[in-house]
Ligand binder design. Structure first.
Ligand SMILES: [Zn+2]
Length: 206
């Protein structure tokens, strides 16, 4: 090995080093442009917060903080039942009562709580205490949607724990809702869909 010192040839830019430098610059520009686009998107979503329903606010507040991580994740299918719990649109007393008109009240059929929504099912309803223990073991004690979504985009096991909890809870809820729809003693609103189907079928030309 020669004496230590400056290698005169080392600092002369070669074709490769020029190309590498150009690629680095383009990557930096691309990252900066992407960050700017996400920042603008986040800003627009935050402006919408005061104009949307409380149900949508809950979802948006959780997602707006993790937009990039949510988009960049390499795992995590957004299943139907997971989407119901994240969005609050699904088999929940308040949604069925206010949006669908299929319940005479917004209460919880599982525990009697007067206001049943996705967050109630996720963190409070005693009916789901056992599966919730498994969820807390992976995600931690904070089951606010904001904390849950932040954990879901951090690692695959958190995503899968949440998706598994939603699957289990919503399967039971859907099955029980179906039973109520077929129960002759149910409130009329719960059986309305069947009545509509009957009317629509009768209106079809034979
Ligand atoms: Zn409940």
């Amino acid at each position: 090995m020669g004496p230590r010192g400056r290698n005169p040839g080392r600092d002369i830019p070669t074709e490769n080093t020029v190309l590498d430098s150009g690629t680095d610059t383009v990557d930096r520009w691309r990252r900066a442009a992407r960050s700017l686009a996400y920042a603008k998107w986040r800003e627009r979503l935050l402006e919408e917060l005061c104009r949307i329903s409380a149900t949508r606010q809950r979802t948006l507040e959780a997602l707006v903080l993790v937009l990039e991580a949510w988009s960049d994740r390499r795992y995590g299918e957004l299943s139907f039942r997971l989407t119901q719990v994240l969005s609050g649109h699904g088999c929940f007393g308040r949604y069925l009562w206010r949006v669908c008109g299929r319940e005479p009240h917004p209460g919880c059929h599982q525990c009697g709580h007067p206001d049943d929504d996705a967050q109630h099912a996720l963190e409070a309803c005693p009916r789901w205490e056992h599966p919730r223990r498994n969820l807390v073991a992976v995600l931690g004690q904070d089951l606010s949607l904001r904390a849950v979504v932040a954990r879901m985009v951090e690692d695959r096991s958190s995503w899968e724990a949440m998706a598994g909890f939603c699957d289990l809870v919503m399967v039971f809820r859907e099955a029980e809702e179906c039973e109520r729809e077929w129960d002759p003693s149910s409130a009329p609103q719960r059986r309305r869909r069947d009545g509509r189907r009957v009317r629509e079928a009768a209106a079809q030309p034979s």
